[in-house]
Design a protein around this ligand. Structure first.
Ligand code: NAD
Length: 360
């Protein structure tokens, strides 16, 4: 759509009105220049990020498409907005008076979701593209994009005996269909917005982030949360059985949320603008992950392997040489320690959900 300046300004006004309408009484004009925007702040990583940015003294605007009642965490001190960031004009309103954008918004989930919803995953390209365009228009200084290990070439992930993935292994490109292509394309969009328009962009390739306050049921959950829930269900029902997707020998590394947040902070403080792995290098199999959860829960379950369920690549790990060299740091929280905290939180939620169901 080609617009002259007057048409454009009036559409922006309309978009502000639209956003205002969707946010009720929140006032965008009250925000000063230090404000940072967290797109997808109603989600798992975005919610934790809002909390940590508030703690370090930032003014935070938090935007998510979900109704606020469905956000994993809400903070009264943030400006909380429910709006669709696939819409350019909502992005422009969200970026007003913002110095830094953190884009954590995407239509995503675990393998069960991304293997069956490729078009939806690819449509997240609109969020990142429109946020970058809006950032250019509103003179945002810095832009963070949450990429994924799903950008890596599938040929390098065929065996469970993995060679950890280096950043250069994303090319030649053959990423995860749908979700991974969107991430790879959006990474490059960030790169060219920095080169051509001077917005400083930072791109982290997350490797399986897990922790409390995230999706644990409903079809979008990832392996760590799904396994915690299945173990709790097996105990609750007395079935003492657990279904595992694939043969359980797939290898992965899992990154605890606080490592992820600290990595984002260090990356944003750095001058490094190429994509960088942000993931633990502690490799385990899915069977190994089940062993850990069983030990935490104090049970031993019979394992049923569903070989036709989505299981992703056979093996994947993070090569942390670049992050160590560039940020002088790499994720280090042990899987057992992170899973204990995650299990405890899911157990609380599970118990709460069951007691609500009994009251109905
Ligand atoms: P999440 O699903 O909990 O959070 C994403 C949030 O984006 C959701 O709350 C969702 O409602 C919101 N969103 C989706 N479409 C939107 C739209 N059109 N407008 C506004 N908000 C919208 O997922 P997460 O685990 O917190 O992931 C955050 C980011 O990190 C995503 O970009 C994801 O692809 C990336 N990532 C996550 C992992 C992981 O293991 N969790 C791994 C790799 C990459």
């Amino acid at each position: 759509m080609n617009l002259d300046n007057r048409q454009f300004e009036s559409l922006v006004l309309d978009s502000n009105r639209y956003l205002h309408k969707s946010i009720g009484s929140s006032s965008l004009s009250a925000i000063h220049a230090k404000t940072v925007l967290v797109a997808g702040g109603g989600g798992f990583i975005g919610g934790h990020l809002v909390g940590s940015l508030l703690k370090s003294g930032h003014e935070v605007r938090c935007v998510d498409i979900k109704p606020m009642g469905e956000w994993y965490q809400t903070f009264d001190r943030a400006e909380n907005v429910s709006a669709d960031l696939q819409d350019y004009y909502n992005c422009e309103a969200a970026c007003q008076d913002v110095s830094t954008v953190y884009n954590l918004a995407a239509d995503m989930g675990g393998m069960g979701f991304i293997e069956n919803n490729k078009a939806l995953c690819m449509l997240s390209v609109l969020i990142n593209t429109h946020l970058l365009m809006a950032s250019k228009k509103t003179s945002v200084d810095k832009f963070f994009f949450a990429s994924s290990a799903c950008v890596y070439n599938a040929d390098k992930q065929e065996s469970p005996d993995v060679i950890p993935l280096k950043e250069s292994d994303a090319y030649p490109a053959m990423p995860e269909d749908g979700y991974g292509w969107e991430k790879l394309f959006s990474e490059r969009m960030c790169r060219h917005f920095e080169e051509d328009f001077g917005i400083q962009t930072r791109v982290a390739r997350f490797h399986n982030v897990y922790g409390p306050n995230g999706t644990w049921h409903g079809g979008r959950e990832k392996a760590p949360a799904a396994i915690c829930r299945k173990v709790l269900e097996a105990i609750e029902s007395g079935s003492n059985e657990i279904e595992i997707w694939g043969d359980g020998n797939q290898t992965r590394s899992f990154t605890y949320i606080s490592d992820c947040l600290y990595g984002i902070e260090r990356l944003m403080e750095s001058n490094f603008s190429n994509p960088i792995n942000l993931g633990s290098s502690e490799l385990t199999t899915i069977n190994g992950l089940v062993d850990i959860v069983e030990e935490i829960a104090g049970v031993k379950l019979k394992r049923e392997y569903n070989l036709s369920a989505p299981k992703g690549v056979n093996g994947r790990n993070s090569d942390n040489e670049l992050i160590q060299r560039t940020l002088d740091w790499a994720p280090s929280i042990a899987l057992k320690e992170g899973m204990r905290k995650t299990f405890d939180w899911i157990k609380q939620e599970f118990t709460l959900q069951n007691s609500k169901a009994q009251m109905v």
